[in-house]
Design a protein around this ligand. Structure first.
Ligand SMILES: C[S@@+](CC[C@H](N)C(=O)[O-])C[C@H]1O[C@@H](n2cnc3c(N)ncnc32)[C@H](O)[C@@H]1O
Length: 403
């Protein structure tokens, strides 16, 4: 049996399961041998919820460009712009493609023809014990063939994201999480708040939210850690240039480690910052976003330290948006259902609010998730959005204090 990198400690985001995944085939293996897939995130024209800033049946404006209307799962009738014949045609085309894919996977006798990697491909994973391994069936691999239809779709209302399907905890950024979708919904339904802004995303993962933000904002610094993840993120930015360009397309993928003390400005390091970029961030950023980034207490502490450091060095007051999913677990320690990562996040928020160092003032509020849903995912009640405003009290701070 081939060595495959899925292990028993892997986590899976079900967000991908709701999206059309290009023929459900992996498109490549990443640098650490994980299968990579492409999912298409359709932007629904007016959201699924009634409480929309756009009137029902209207076309979603992304940046300066109107995108095509896609019927939502729950209310097809809200999207009046797609003629019935066209919809039927799309369905037929999808069914025909599915038949073709199935056909191509069968051998002459009609048996499923499973393609496998050559035997030695994964031999480097010595630390994975035989017992830990789970063997998924990979139906096929190879170059992804993009049909003309897909090209057309991507030009209007589809964000394509490369991601892995399941990962060990240290690689969770390679999947798209519900918090990213909630944040993306908020951005699309409050575009006026972000138009012309310089934005910093922390823990951006695949880049999904930064891409949506860059379709509206002036400049987005999309940050995370790890070469493999940042490379995947950068590929996603390239896959979605058509979405970004109407707004200027200014999205920079950079490394920003919450456990470090500063921006990496070493020109020999990939994904490092230039001095000009650091200055641009400090002089112009007014919005920070962080989607589903609080799942480990030490990392959360590092995240809040980074937030304090950055917001206190910004020239302007800023607003930080956090999305978080309250994940409930049964713990032996509590002998009950608890949500330790969420509780820690809340206590870090309280610490921010209670800061009285004479330098910064933070205020908190929750944002009710009643804004429209532009993407297909389950907006469960455990999903929350928090808004934190950050103001520097000492406006005469010496600029040399900026690190
Ligand atoms: C659950 S994922 C969320 C990814 C993305 N925001 C989303 O919602 O799809 C958490 C993210 O935090 C990032 N992260 C973890 N530790 C970090 C650190 N020390 N510095 C910066 N980012 C970190 C991970 O790499 C990952 O991308």
């Amino acid at each position: 049996m081939d060595f495959i990198t899925f292990r028993s400690d892997t986590v899976l985001s079900d967000v991908h399961l709701f999206q059309p995944n290009t023929r459900h085939l992996m498109v490549r293996l990443n640098a650490v041998g994980q299968p990579v897939f492409v999912s298409q995130f359709k932007i629904l024209c007016n959201g699924e919820n009634a409480d929309s800033t756009s009137p029902p049946g209207s076309v979603c404006i992304l940046g300066n460009e109107a995108v095509g209307c896609v019927p939502s799962r729950e209310d097809d009738s809200s999207c009046v712009d797609v003629p019935k014949e066209e919809e039927d045609g799309v369905k037929e085309e999808e069914e025909r493609e599915q038949r073709e894919v199935l056909q191509s996977l069968l051998d002459e006798d009609g048996d499923l023809d499973v393609l496998r990697k050559p035997k030695d491909h994964f031999r480097t994973e010595e630390d994975v014990t035989e017992r830990d391994r789970v063997y998924p069936i990979i139906l096929s691999k190879g170059e992804r063939v993009v049909s003309e239809d897909e090209e057309d779709e991507s030009a209007t209302n589809v964000i394509k994201i490369e991601h892995t399907m399941a990962t060990p905890l240290e690689d969770v950024g390679k999947q798209v999480w519900r918090g990213a979708m909630l944040m993306a919904d908020y951005i699309l339904s409050h575009q006026q708040l972000f138009r012309g802004c310089t934005v910093l995303e922390l823990g951006a993962g695949t880049g999904m939210t930064s891409i949506v933000m860059a379709s509206v904002a002036k400049k987005v610094f999309c940050t995370d850690v790890g070469h493999d993840l940042l490379s995947m993120c950068e590929r996603n930015v390239e896959l979605n240039r058509h979405i970004l360009e109407p707004a200027g397309g200014d999205l920079k993928v950079c490394e920003l480690d919450w456990l470090g003390n500063d921006f990496c400005t070493d020109p020999n390091t990939e994904f490092s910052w230039t001095e000009d970029e650091v200055a641009d961030l400090h002089n112009n950023a007014t919005v920070l976003i962080a989607a589903d980034v609080c799942y480990d207490d030490d990392l959360t502490d590092g995240l809040f330290r980074t937030l304090y450091r950055i917001t206190s060095n910004l020239r302007n007051p800023s607003t930080v948006y956090f999305s978080i999913e309250k994940r409930l677990n049964f713990t032996l320690r509590h002998m009950d259902i608890s949500c330790e990562a969420y509780d820690h996040f809340r206590s870090c928020l309280e610490d921010l609010r209670n800061i009285t160092d004479g330098k910064m003032r933070f205020t908190l509020e929750t944002v009710q998730p009643t804004f429209p849903q532009f993407f297909t995912y389950e907006r469960i009640e455990q999903l929350e959005l928090w808004k934190v405003t950050a103001k520097t009290l000492d406006r005469n701070m010496d600029s040399s204090a900026i690190k």
